[in-house]
Design a protein around this ligand. Sequence first.
Ligand code: NAD
Length: 494
Amino acid sequence: MTQITHWINGALDTTKPERSGDIFNPATGAVTKTVAFGNAATVDRAVDAASLAYSTWRHSSLTKRTQVLFAFRELVQQNKEKIAALITDEHGKVLSDAAGEVTRGLEVVEFACGIPHLLKGGFSEEVSTGVDVYSIRQALGPVAIISPFNFPAMVPMWFFPVAIACGNSVIIKPSEKDPSATMLMAELWKQAGLPDGVFNVIHGDKEVVDALLTHKGIKSISFVGSTPIARYVYETGTKAGKRVQALGGAKNHMVVLPDADLELAADAAINAGFGSAGERCMAISAIVAVEPIANALVARIKSRMANIKTGDGTQGSDMGPLVTAVHRDKVASYIEAGAKAGATLVVDGRALEVAGDGFWLGPTLFDNVTPDMSIYKEEIFGPVLSVLRVKSYDEALALVNSHEYGNGTAIFTNDGGAARRYQNEVEVGMVGINVPIPVPMAYYSFGGWKNSLFGDSHAHGAEGVHFFTRGKVVTSRWLDPSHGGINLGFPQND
Ligand code: NAD
């Protein structure tokens, strides 16, 4: 069986691992590969390689960096289907979804190709007589990225193109559940001409993450995952003196006002609730229906759910399996809890039958959910939609704003004034207006509020460049040649 191992200094690491993990194909339930788990010694080797590479990469010209980024962009584009196939194999999402996440990641590479422009500083001439002030931004050093299972290509690509473009070297720790996409991208960086040691991949679990969080050679941590781990990573990393951005979990609300186009809203609920089996940090999981439209909306969502084809992501299905059996069982336990708590179970995904041992759970819809229920309070991260009925816009807004998470939200309405008020008043980092999954383009920044993000920098865009560089301001005075020194032919003024 193939064992995936670390990629350090431009080559596969041959050290025999003390521990390893299984990688499943979620559509069949079979173990298809194993992955080596690293430890503190693995992190030491990766940091040594990244530190050495950084000492020259930081001096590479902006032209050279841009050429490597453009070459990498072409290679990822050429290998998009191959990367997507690896994602579907290990994560389970359908192929079109997997290709879509590679496209969104590529947009960040394209953004980073503009690094010469993005790193331009400011210049103030003559702040005092003969004195100029200018600002520059410099790389940090070796930086670490720790990513979740649900976007094995896109989430790492939120960070590493920008980090590398800014002159840093990178150590990435992908999810141990689906690490192959990152490994293929490591090979593509090498083909693109990136010097060995600038991009390193190490695998593992808490042991290797802890070593990254405390290693003196690592200058920053970019983390994406669940909120308890994000909080832990933020607290541990900052205590060790590092710059940390830690993106956490979510519970995204879609508010539907009475004047909304209900066909559009129902389509949006289906795509945003069940796409990628709800394993998206921007998935819609709570629908807030402002009366009197709840009955009509629930009926439309229910009828569309009957058309969702759940099955193997390589076989033209709409929705694939969940990532592991453990996760499938956890999501199913929320369905049990919701029904017990008194919510109306309109469609029960547990009834779905698919042949084989895959980690299946069908799309599920609850109505009459109330804010005290665990299916509303907690992140489920599966194909479960909850409808909450409220009487007014103000009640809907108060509900969204009192939730602990603030990653994304959407409002469906035909009233521009209501939408404008919502974008102003809602305490959430990313807002969609008649758009259910408002993931910002690469040249804006991605990030939530409240317990959805620890730290103050969002991913990519201007905030990404800011996160991966340190500012320096130079105040300089060059005496006019007439003040002395070598006589260059200027009139002397004494
Ligand atoms: P996770 O928190 O279990 O794992 C994330 C990373 O942390 C992985 O690399 C994992 O190996 C590591 N890790 C796990 N347990 C750890 C521990 N005890 N100590 C140190 N490191 C540990 O998350 P996941 O299940 O892989 O991903 C799903 C979660 O990620 C969801 O909560 C989802 O909302 C969130 N997510 C958030 C965003 C966002 O932008 N806010 C984007 C994608 C996913």
